[in-house]
Write a protein that binds this ligand. Structure first.
Ligand code: ADP
Ligand code: ZN
Length: 734
């Protein structure tokens, strides 16, 4: 067997090793290289794997060569994966305690590969039919029959040739059009005249200093200070220098305005990526960035595009929890992963936010990042005024009408009378987030998830009960299923508030923006456009309304039942609430006129509001929060890793949870804290019970080995106890 070569292949699976395969050099046009895609069989199934070691040695395999399977073939039509991509997968896997195969699977989701796979299977079948026809043609005596077979064969040949090369065609097409585009306009020049204000200019040169020192730059700038302008200037320079740009945002649906701004500067280079894209569109964009200068705008998953030659990564709204992927693995944070990617490419990286995460501020304190402040707004608007309204006190004075205080109603009337626009934030969607029986006190809950059901009203006024965790829908009769008593709504969601607003402000044009109303992306962008164009006076919504919009007519923003933001059982609740409130406040008064921010709460003395009203400034608040974290040993002073158990059997999960917790405490040694197993706020979803063991590891020189020990212990436990529930690890959970 001369010319038989041994390779190692990474499979898109939760597999801790990379299996060995062989191929005969004679059967290949050229030897396989790192990143080549091959079809291989593993445990009875065929996968498209990536060659990680193209010349493995038999010694390393450690098993008899006769037991090593040959590959099934090359995965035709799939591009080679770069060394940089594989390096990123390995780093992500190591940090987030998963396997490189799981990252590979996320980077190249099955849809894309499957489509190719189906095509090749179809082709195989066609070829078999053609072979059969060839036999028949050879045997047939009658001219007519023969002619029919020949015609059939030609048709099959067309089918084989036809759909088998669409990707390649598309790529050439794109290449051609990109080249046409570029003749005339010079790539990467951007719009002339990004003229920075003096304050922006100063921030810009500080950023350059930090980047030159090889550190990530953290730009803290109030909304409207011109962070985006600075990013665009840096992007233009990067493209002019022949390198590419990755511009990350937490959610793409909310960045339509940003997209237009970037397109104005870089019409030929912009490529937008999001998870809702069709496979074909995604392939097309991916092909573009493989061949042309680009600025890629996308969410966290855009980190796993086939990037090359990146010179700059921008992480906008870096504190946003949407950067974290909860499920499935890899449970990565886009911000941290962006830093890894920048490292691999030797690229500059800038993180920006009006309210940076405590993690990033901590990284500045210890000198790992450089902090740059930008305090002046470009249009010199001052911060909007803040008015905190105590709903308990108001209720006693008969000052509440439903969810609205009379004070707020007056403010809204004044604002509308002056032709201004209003945005109202309420964290809970639905008509009513919870119902209770007046007779027996029963609260209807989801049978699968054990959470209270929300009442949603359809346009015809018919109600239905919905579980917000699993989406299951239940019939609503208005009667208690236990005693037949009347079900009463507890609290108001966005739908109810929209209804209340309609009766309080009958002349106003009112719209709602939440994940119910925004189910179709089209509808959502229509509402946003309508608000921009001044066709809507009052916009009611969930936190979507607090995010990234730039509405010049918005002069009053109000939060109803702000308490629900603070009530979460989480050490980050205050930080989160503050970020959301600051972000929402930044939405109004973006032009010259001063805006007003109204908060209705039953806890007016909460420290979070002190910071909003300016009793404490941002640095004081950060310092206080960091001190608290240090005192309790929370991140960023430790690393939290959640060990999550999921199991249909409640007795078994309790038992297994306790013994795994004991085992971890014994293995991880002093300094590590092992808490639980405890039940999270929602401890059952879709029929599976959930328990969490929280591990806090000190950030010392043993961190890496402790993390590895934790992973190893959990795996060994599952194996040895033959645990049929599911155990997963979540590093830096949000
Ligand atoms: P941020 O990203 O910090 O919220 P933006 O970059 O969106 O701030 O700036 C706010 C507004 O001010 C935008 O409408 C932007 O076009 C304008 N702006 C900011 N800086 C400049 C500048 N240097 N030249 C022209 N317009 C600017
Ligand atoms: Zn449910």
């Amino acid at each position: 067997m001369s010319g038989s070569k041994l390779i190692q292949v990474l499979l898109p699976l939760r597999l801790e090793w990379e299996p060995f395969y062989s191929y005969s050099e004679d059967s290949m046009p050229s030897p396989l290289l790192e990143g080549d895609r091959v079809r291989v069989e593993f445990a009875g199934k065929e996968y498209v794997g990536t060659v990680t070691v193209p010349d493995a040695s038999a010694d390393a395999a450690g098993i008899g060569l006769e037991r090593i399977k040959p590959i099934a073939g090359l995965a035709e039509g799939l591009d080679r994966i770069s060394h940089e991509e594989i390096s990123l997968w390995r780093q992500v896997a190591e940090y987030y305690l998963c396997t490189p195969g799981e990252v590979y699977k996320a980077a190249y989701p099955a849809g894309k590969v499957e489509e190719e796979g189906v095509k090749s299977r179809i082709r195989e079948r066609l070829q078999q039919r053609i072979a059969k026809l060839d036999e028949k043609i050879a045997k047939s005596r009658r001219e007519e029959t023969r002619a029919r077979y020949v015609a059939e064969r030609e048709e099959l040949m067309r089918q084989v040739a036809g759909p088998s090369t669409p990707l390649r065609d598309q790529k050439e097409e794109i290449l051609r059009s990109a080249q046409n585009d570029r003749t005339g306009t010079s790539a990467g020049s951007g719009r002339d005249g990004i003229e920075l204000s003096p304050a922006q200019e100063e921030a810009y040169s500080k950023i350059k200093e930090v980047l030159k020192a090889g550190k990530p730059a953290l730009l803290r700038g109030v909304t409207g200070s011109g962070k985006t302008e600075i990013y665009l200037k840096l992007a233009a320079e990067t493209l002019a220098g022949g390198k590419n740009v990755l511009y990350m945002v937490p959610e793409i649906a909310l960045s339509r305005q940003l997209e237009e701004r970037i397109r104005n500067h870089f019409p030929n280079e912009l490529q937008v990526f999001h998870s809702g894209m069709t496979v074909a569109k995604r392939a097309e964009s991916a092909a573009f960035i493989k061949t042309s200068p680009y600025i890629a705008l996308g969410t966290r998953s855009s980190l796993f595009l086939p990037h090359r030659n990146i010179g700059l990564i921008i992480v906008d709204e870096e504190n946003d929890p949407s950067y974290k992927q909860d499920n499935p693995a890899p449970r990565y944070n886009g911000r941290e992963t962006a830093i890894m990617l920048a490292g691999i490419h030797g690229a500059d990286i800038i993180l920006g936010s009006a309210t940076p995460s405590l993690e990033s501020l901590y990284n500045c304190q210890v000198g790992r990042f450089g902090l740059i402040d930008l305090t002046a707004r470009y249009f010199h608007a001052s911060d909007s005024d803040v008015e905190i309204i105590d709903t308990i006190a108001e209720r006693k004075k008969n000052g509440m009408i439903g969810s609205f205080s009379r004070k707020l109603i007056d403010r809204i009337r004044e604002c509308l009378a002056k032709g201004g626009q209003v945005a109202i934030l309420r964290e809970r969607r639905s008509y009513s987030p919870m119902l209770q029986c007046e007779g027996c006190g029963h609260i209807p809950k989801c049978s699968r998830c054990d959470v209270a059901l929300s009442l949603h009203l359809r346009e015809d006024g018919q109600g239905r009960l919905v579980c917000h965790y699993c989406g299951k829908v239940y019939e609503y009769t208005g009667r208690c299923p236990e005693c037949g008593g009347e079900l009463k709504p507890l609290g108001a969601g966005t739908q109810k508030i929209e209804e209340e607003a309609a009766s309080l402000f009958p002349e106003a044009r009112i719209a709602r923006l939440d994940s119910d109303s925004a189910r179709s992306g089209k509808h959502e962008s229509e509402i946003i456009k309508g608000f921009e164009a001044g066709e809507i006076d009052i916009l009611v919504g969930t936190r979507i309304v607090a995010k990234g919009f730039d509405f010049s007519g918005l002069s009053l923003v109000a939060v109803l039942r702000s308490d629900s933001l603070l009530a979460q059982q989480d050490y980050r609740a205050d930080e989160r609430a503050l970020h959301l409130l600051e972000q929402f406040r930044g939405r109004c008064g973006r032009r010259a006129e001063k805006g007003l921010f109204v908060v209705q709460t039953s806890q007016p003395d909460h420290p979070v509001y002190k910071s909003l009203t300016g009793v404490q400034d941002a640095t004081m608040v950060t310092d206080r929060l960091l001190k608290e974290r240090k005192l309790f040993g929370y991140p960023p002073y430790s690393r939290v890793i959640n060990t999550i158990l999921r199991d249909r059997n409640i007795q078994r999960i309790e038992l297994m949870g306790r013994s795994l917790s004991t085992l971890l405490a014994g293995t991880l040694g002093r300094g590590a804290k092992v808490i639980g197993p405890y039940s999270p706020a929602v401890d059952k979803t879709a029929g599976e019970n959930i328990r969490i063991i929280r591990v806090m590891l000190p950030k010392d020189k043993n961190l890496r080995s402790s993390k590895a020990a934790l992973q190893e212990t959990a795996e060994r436990f599952a194996r040895e106890r033959k645990y049929s529930g599911h155990i997963s690890l979540d590093v830096d959970p949000v």
